[in-house]
Design a protein around this ligand. Structure first.
Ligand SMILES: N[C@H](CCC[C@H](N)C(=O)O)C(=O)O
Length: 257
């Protein structure tokens, strides 16, 4: 089985050109094995690029545990770069994912992806919950560098409040220069990843609401830099949300599992 490996700010994916529609998408154990960093290729998730009659392509995203996930922003940016590398489009593209239609553009390995509109936020005392294509908790903390992201993230992800689906959890520090530093515990990977696109999108919108940070918001994650721009069109309702940052092919190979 031929595969490609892509990464976007260190969020890494096994990418499969499945235009022939023959990858066994229901084989959760196989997908988990391919994503395993010791027994397989190693990745935070696996993405299929399939044909769709109404769009340039269809994106199907699986978390590293092998189950189909909700929207993945960095995976979306990576599959756009992949479709570009395959010659499916030249400047801008329109594709379909689990949360609906997306448009995107590519220039010099930087991909700008239009995210789904956000239609509300649940602002609690010590966290905000919102859906940016995937469910996210955003919590502001001091000294994020030394924060126990995995320990506290796991507690929130498995807490009764978010059952049965669970949630991704973002810890966010507002820096003196009004940029954000974000670290994310990801559901389905069940660990901290180097970057989460839907997560930084959630962080940017929450920072705007809570601290008035204007669009575009610059964000540092463990794996690099991202930018999120947006327009507020109603109370906690956002449109024209764009996630922008690098996405690159890392290697190609053939899996024998
Ligand atoms: N890494 C992804 C998020 C994946 C969401 C996934 N962990 C789920 O909750 O199904 C991103 O860049 O947006």
């Amino acid at each position: 089985m031929n595969f490609y490996k892509y990464q976007g700010t260190g969020n890494d994916f096994v990418m499969i050109d499945d235009r022939a529609d023959n990858f066994p998408a229901g084989d959760q154990a196989l997908i988990a094995r391919l994503c395993d960093r010791r027994f397989g290729i190693g990745a935070d998730g696996l993405i299929l690029l399939r044909v769709d009659p109404d769009y340039d392509f269809r994106m199907i995203y699986f978390n590293a545990d092998g189950a189909e996930g909700s929207m993945c922003g960095n995976g979306g940016r990576c599959i756009v770069q992949f479709a570009y590398d395959l010659g499916i489009f030249t400047d801008t593209t329109r594709f379909i994912a689990v949360d609906g239609e997306h448009t995107a553009s590519v220039s010099d390995d930087v991909v700008s992806l239009k995210m789904s509109n956000v239609t509300g936020m649940d602002m609690q005392q010590d966290y905000t919950f919102l859906n940016t294509g995937s469910p996210h908790v955003v919590r502001f903390v001091d000294d994020l560098e030394s924060y126990d992201v995995v320990g506290v993230g796991k507690q929130i992800r498995y807490s009764d409040t978010f059952k049965p689906g669970g949630t991704n959890v973002n810890f966010v520090q507002v820096m003196p220069d009004k940029t954000l530093f974000v670290r994310t515990y990801e559901r389905g990977v069940e660990d901290e990843t180097y970057s989460c696109g839907t997560g930084v999108t959630a962080a940017a919108l929450t920072a705007y609401k809570q601290f008035g940070l204007p669009s575009p918001v610059s964000i540092r994650v463990l794996g690099g830099q991202l930018r999120v721009s947006f327009e507020e069109t109603g109370e906690a309702t956002f449109e024209s949300i764009y996630l922008t940052g690098p996405a690159k092919q890392v290697f190609t190979g053939s899996a024998t599992v």
